[in-house]
Design a protein around this ligand. Sequence first.
Ligand code: ADP
Ligand code: ZN
Length: 728
Amino acid sequence: MSDFFHEGELVAVLTTQPLDRLLDYRAPEGGCFAGAFVEVPLGPRKVPGVVWGPGKGDYDRSKIRPVTRVLDVPPMREEMQTFLARAGDYTLTPLTQMLRLATRAPGLGDPPSMRRIYRLGQGAPDRVTDARTRVLEVLRDYGGLAFTLGELAEMAGVSTSVIKGLVKQGVVAEEDSPRDLPFPPLDPDYGGKDLTPAQAAGAAQLCAGVQSGGYGTTLLRGVTGSGKTEVYLEAVAETLRQGRQALVLLPEIALTQDFITRVEARFGARPAEWHSGVTMTERRRIWKMAAQGGAELVVGARSALFLPYRDLGLIVVDEEHDTSYKQEEGVLYNARDMAVLRASVCGAQVVLASATPSLESWVNAEAGKYEKLVLDDRFGDSVLPEMRAVDMRAETLPGDRWISPTLQQAVAARVAQGEQALLFINRRGYAPITLCRACGHQIGCDHCDARMVEHRFLKRLVCHQCGETKPMPEKCPSCEAEGRLAPVGPGVERLTEEAQALFPDARIATLSSDLFGSARALKEQIAAIAAGEADIIIGTQLVAKGHNFPLLTLVGVIDADLGLQGSDLRAAERTFQLMRQVAGRAGRAEKRGVAMLQTFQPEHPVIRAILAGEEEAFWRAEAAERSVAGVPPFGRMAGIIISSPDAQVAFDIGNHLARADAPLRQVGAQVFGPAPAPIARVRGRHRVRLLVKADKGVALQGALRAWVGQLRLPAQARLAVDIDPQSF
Ligand code: ADP
Ligand code: ZN
C-alpha cells in the first residue's frame, strides 16, 4: 500500500500547471494517500493535482496551505508515477506535462454529477426527417457509444429537442451516466479459431510469456495474412484468464471498427475503444474503468498507454513499424518505446506485431533483447504475390500520364477475368505541384515551407503541413498571368482521371482519406470493394493497411521510387515496408497475385531487395549501413527544435547553443547545426534544428538536460527535444 499522510502532514503535489516543480501543501482533513487526485489552491485559483509524495517543507511552513479536497477518482498507482517519471526523463519532458498526458480524460475536478446519457434504442421513428437521420447516423457511426445530450446535439448538428423527441419514441435510449458502468465482460473461450500448428506454437510462446507474470517483449513477425492477429488475440485471452488487463494499440482509426468487430467475435463482447473520436463522457468512463479493472481490454491509439490500468498484463503494438506511433507535437514520444517502458515498470508482456518491422525492433530481436516469433506462411493456400518491375525507361508514355502500357495491359487482363486491380500512389489530392507556365512560380503555403496541393474534389488548394486551404487562384500570384496555372505530377485524384480515360467501362473506386466525410462512409466504401463492387481501386497509403479484398489479384505501384528521394536516412526502410505492405494486398484468396512496381531505377538495392523478397538480406544491409554511419539504432541521436515567429531569433538561439556545447563534449557527444528543420516553417513559426549524436553507451539525456538547461529562452521562442527523431 502506498504512503498515507495524516491531516496536516506536508505533501508534495504535482499539478498540470506549467511550473517545473512540485508544490508543498498540508494533507486535508481525513488525510490522503500518495497518488490521490486532489484540488489545491494556487494563488487565487484552485487547480487539480496528484499527491506525489512527502513534502519537502523547504520554505516558510506557516505559509503552506492545506489541500482543498480529495477528488472522487481512483488514486494514481505508484507504478504509474514511476512510469511518468521515467518517460519524462527519457523524453526530457517536465513531469507537469507528463501528468497532462495521463489526465487528458478524467475531467478532474468534475463534480460526480448524475448526468444523463443517450444511446441507440430499439424503437423506430414515426416520421423520418433530416435532423433525425443525422442523430441516428452519429449513434450508429460510433457503435455502442453513449453521448451526453449536448455532445450528441453538437455532433449531429441538431437542437436538443430533436433528440428528446426521439427519446419519447424509444428510438434513442436515455440512461443514467455510465461513469460507473463496467464494460461487458469478455469471455476468453468464446470464439477461438482452430489454429494451424505454426500459429498454435506461436500462441503457446506468447501465452507462456503472459503466464510468467513478468516483463518481456516479443517481436511477432509474419507476412500479412499469416494470422498474427489470431495469435496475439490468444495472448489477450490468456491475459484475461489471469485476471489482468490487455491493451491493443492500433495506428489507424480507419482500422478500428473492423478490429472491434473481430474482437467481439473472438470474446463475445466489445472492448473499450480509445481514440480521438471518442466522446469525453466515454473517455471518463474508460479512464475510471481502466483504473478499477472494469475495462478488461482497451483497443486504442497511442495515448491509451497513459490510462491508469489497475493491472496491465499485456500490450500489443500492432503494425509496430507505423510512423504514426511517433507523436510529433507536444510531448515527443514513440508509442512503441513507451509501451516497452510501461510494460517493464508494471511487469507486463509486449507483443510488437508487423509484417515489416522497424529496423530498431529487428536489431533488438537479433541482439536477443526481444524474443523472436515468426509466422512464415499465409493462412490457407494463398501465397505471397509475384513481384515484377516495370522499367519505366523502356516505356513510352506522354508526360501527363503515369500508367505505363505494360501496367495498363495487365490491369485490363485482370478486369476482363472479373478480378480486381489496385493502383497505388502515395500522394493525396490531384497534383502535388501547381506551377505557373508563364513565370515558373509554384504556389506555396503562406504559413509553412510547403507547396499547396490541388484537391479537385474539394475544389481547393490544401497545405498538407498545416491544413490551410484556399481557392485555386485565377491568376498567378507572382506574375499575374491569367490561365497559366497548371498541375504538375500525379496525385490520387488525377490518377483516377487517367484510369477513367483508359478503362471507360471499368468501375473505379478511389480510396483516399480526404474523399470521405466520415469513418462510416469510408468503411462502407471498403465493404463495397470487398464485395466486388469495383474493378479498379485507386488508393493512397490508406489501402496499404490491413483491408482484405478477396478479388484483388494485381497491385500496380505507380511510383516505386517516390520514397527513395530526399536525404532521409530511413527512406530505404520506409519504402521497403510500404512496398511490401501494398504488394501484400494482392492474392489473399485462392489465386496468386502479382505486384508490378513502376520504377526508373530497377537496379537500386532497395528496389532489388523488394523484387527478390529478400527480407533478411535487406535488413542486414540496412543495419550495416546505419552501423557504419553510427546512427540509430547503433548510435544515439536527439533533435533540438527551436522555433520562433522570427527566423533570425531562432537561428541566434541555435548558434548560441551550438557554441555552448561543453556539457555535450564532456560525454563525447557532437552537435551539428543549426540548420532549417525538416519542416522549416509551420503555422508561421520558423524552426531550426540542432542534431546531437553520441555513441550508443552514452547517457545522453543527462548531458542534454545540462546543455539545454543553461538557456534562457526569449518570450515567443520555444524549444523542444526530440529523442530518436524520425528523420535525420
Ligand atoms: P495478419 O494479422 O497476420 O495479417 P490475420 O490474423 O488477420 O493475419 O489472418 C488473416 C485472415 O485469415 C483473417 O481473416 C483470419 O481470420 C484468417 N485466419 C487466420 N488464421 C486462421 C485460422 N487458424 N482459422 C481460421 N481463420 C484464420
Ligand atoms: Zn501550411
